[in-house]
Design a binder for this molecule. Structure first.
Ligand code: SF4
Length: 371
């Protein structure tokens, strides 16, 4: 029987320009830094180019990080009551957001939280406190807690405490803090649009103090606050200049009661381009999909891990994340693997040394002191 359906006119299938993105990845892999113009072209590429861009970016991610995904676990150790006026933040003095407000968690609460981090397969435990910067007493509190965590749990520790002076940074380094998080957040040009109580320069000073104290830098930004594409590029390149080891990329989660509550500039495809840009500009750095992942990437979350090699597990500071089980499933479905536990504990290292010394001493007289 003859078909009554009208023939479908053939349509041209747009071919994504794989070659261009592959060439860019080749350059990055050869150690040539991404230029500002190339960075902008990543952000502004057509959506139909996205699969090719992601495939090229994945080659760069794979070269340094394989298919590993590092998980981070956050503890909001002090919430709200902040005298600063960062427009995106629910904890600032100008926010009416309904969030829990409390002073510093005590030692046991923080240790319990660190144990939870280890249970949820996190490699790094992040102690975060609201405020312009810690008092010396607050630093003493963190020092005590960090020493105990490092003694007993296989975790890296990252602290996010606001502005730090050189002396505070040194104390934290001596306590065993691996990294300090202090986000530049956006470009130098756009910074005054989001905060008036401290400056971009203040933030750079803290990063300098952290570096001088010998700790690694964790610094990233928030995308979607009304900035221009050029600001996102400037941020990615500024972090490269600083040699930042770990870059959290947040996507604005507009919270009711904050000045940015009505800003809604993002779509998931743009978010993927942002992650590609940060990866290509910073091939050796950890790129972490941070706050706003579930809200802004939505169904495209897994694709984000072709560019990023890290993410937070469980909840954020004042917003909920998806369940750890959903995260593990996503990682497994991609064929990726959660990076194993962090460094050995101080107690574990000591026990291993004692065991080695005892074994050595059993067959020679130098009893473990043979070098
Ligand atoms: S300093 Fe930190 S806690 Fe305070 S308003 Fe800014 S981002 Fe929020």
């Amino acid at each position: 029987m003859e078909s009554t359906l009208a023939p479908v006119a053939p349509t041209a299938i747009p071919v994504a320009p794989n070659v261009a993105w592959d060439k860019l990845a080749d350059k990055v892999l050869a150690g040539v830094p991404l230029s500002a113009a190339e960075a902008l072209s990543v952000l502004r590429c057509e959506d139909r180019e996205l699969p090719a861009l992601l495939a090229a970016t994945y080659r760069v991610r794979y070269e340094r990080w394989g298919n590993d995904v590092q998980l981070y676990y956050l503890r909001n150790a002090k919430s709200g009551l902040c005298p600063e006026d960062c427009g995106y933040c629910s904890q600032s003095k100008i926010s009416d957001a309904e969030i829990p407000k409390y002073r510093w968690n005590d030692e046991e609460t923080l240790l319990a939280s660190a144990r939870k981090a280890a249970e949820t397969k996190a490699r790094t435990f992040c102690i975060v406190a609201s405020g312009r910067g810690p008092s010396d007493r607050e630093v003493d509190h963190v020092v005590k807690v960090v020493k105990k965590i490092k003694e007993t749990l296989p975790l890296n520790v990252c602290c996010c405490l606001g502005l730090l002076n050189p002396n505070q940074a040194e104390q934290l380094a001596e306590a065993g803090v691996d990294r300090i998080n202090h986000n530049l957040n956006t470009s130098e040009r756009f910074y005054p649009e989001i905060c008036s109580t401290h400056t971009y320069e203040d933030r750079l000073d803290t990063l300098k103090a952290v570096r001088n104290a010998g700790m690694e830098l964790c610094s990233g930004g928030i995308v979607g606050m009304g900035e221009a594409d050029q600001d996102v590029v400037d941020l990615a390149l500024a972090l490269r200049e600083l040699g930042v080891e770990s870059i959290p990329v947040n996507f604005l989660h507009p919270i009711d009661g904050t000045p940015l509550e009505a800003v809604q500039k993002l779509n998931p495809r743009y978010c993927l381009k942002v992650l590609c840009l940060f990866r290509l500009a910073n091939p050796q750095s950890e790129i972490r999909i941070a706050g706003g992942r579930e809200l802004q990437l939505r169904w495209l979350q897994p694709q984000g891990l072709y560019a990023a090699n890290s993410m937070f597990v469980s909840d954020y500071l004042t917003t909920k994340g998806q369940s750890p089980e959903d995260d593990y499933r996503m990682i497994e479905d991609l064929g990726f693997t959660v990076t194993g536990p962090g460094p050995e504990t101080a107690a574990g290292i000591r026990a291993a040394e004692e065991a080695a010394a005892a074994q050595c001493g059993s067959h020679c007289e130098s009893a473990g002191h043979c070098g």
